[in-house]
Write a protein that binds this ligand. Sequence first.
Ligand SMILES: Cc1cc2nc3c(=O)[nH]c(=O)nc-3n(C[C@H](O)[C@H](O)[C@H](O)COP(=O)(O)O)c2cc1C
Length: 304
Amino acid sequence: MTEKLETRVAGLQLVHPVMNASGILGYLPEHADLMASWGVSAIVSKTFTREPREGYNPPIIVRLRCGSLLNAVGLSNPGKAGLRPFVESAKKHGVPVIVSVGGISVNDFIDVAITAEEVGSSAVELNMSCPHFKGGGLELGRDPVAVFNTVREVSSAIRIPVIVKLGLSDRIVDASVKALEAGAKALTLINTVRGMAIDVYSFKPLLTNVYGGLSGKSIHPIAVWAVYSVYKETLADIIGVGGVFTWKDAAELILAGSRAIQVGTALVYRGPDAVRNIVRGLYVWLRNVGGRSLLDLVGAAHER
Ligand SMILES: Cc1cc2nc3c(=O)[nH]c(=O)nc-3n(C[C@H](O)[C@H](O)[C@H](O)COP(=O)(O)O)c2cc1C
């Protein structure tokens, strides 16, 4: 079954296109085991920063109607010292391991990326798009010059592929072009979209951070648009992410231009079977539309 679904992104060979999105599970070695047991084709870590970060005080995650979440976790993680146990545990499962790297300065990114390579990661995904990480998130990723400089420095400091994760901004196409010019081998599109919810009885924002990142079904059409727009301009390797709950959602992102898919919020709502159900559905879809291989359908929406 999986032969037809094999794909390649950023030079990584994957048995099927579905991996987990960064941050949905934690940074501990057992979280890597859990992701592998759910059938992902690559394990993506939570974002690691140079120093440990405690994150924000609860509430940090709000469940919204219609299969969406609002979160402002604050990139809590144990710092780069937590990378070795996570990556070693993830590597046991025989799938590529992608370490998500966060930071504020270029040196932060370089330092964590070098450690990720040293401990055996297959690739790094530079998180330049967290909507609630002041200084290192969306502000960085929406500035094409900052993206270019950071990606160029990281790409010349390590040999493993550099993937750049961007979020919704009015400059998403420009930032993508600059990331690729600077040496990125693939783009992950998109991160959560800035949003907010208010308790109508206490009159207070539901998140302690006031605003956070919206994920899940409500951002899916935005992700499809982002992938479509960036692929049209660049034909880049793209990992599509945002509101993938079913094989149809994944198929849309593939037709828009994604060579692989990440699943986040659906893991919370749908649990351990989410990934396998999407993979099975993609296989049946491919057969029904007469596709020889999934890669033949990447970007097919552009040919009409
Ligand atoms: C609770 C939570 C934590 C997240 N943490 C991270 C993170 O550490 N790094 C990152 O790049 N994205 C993080 N994200 C964003 C996801 O990786 C993904 O881009 C986003 O949720 C959209 O996908 P989805 O709709 O399938 O969840 C997080 C999302 C959620 C809901």
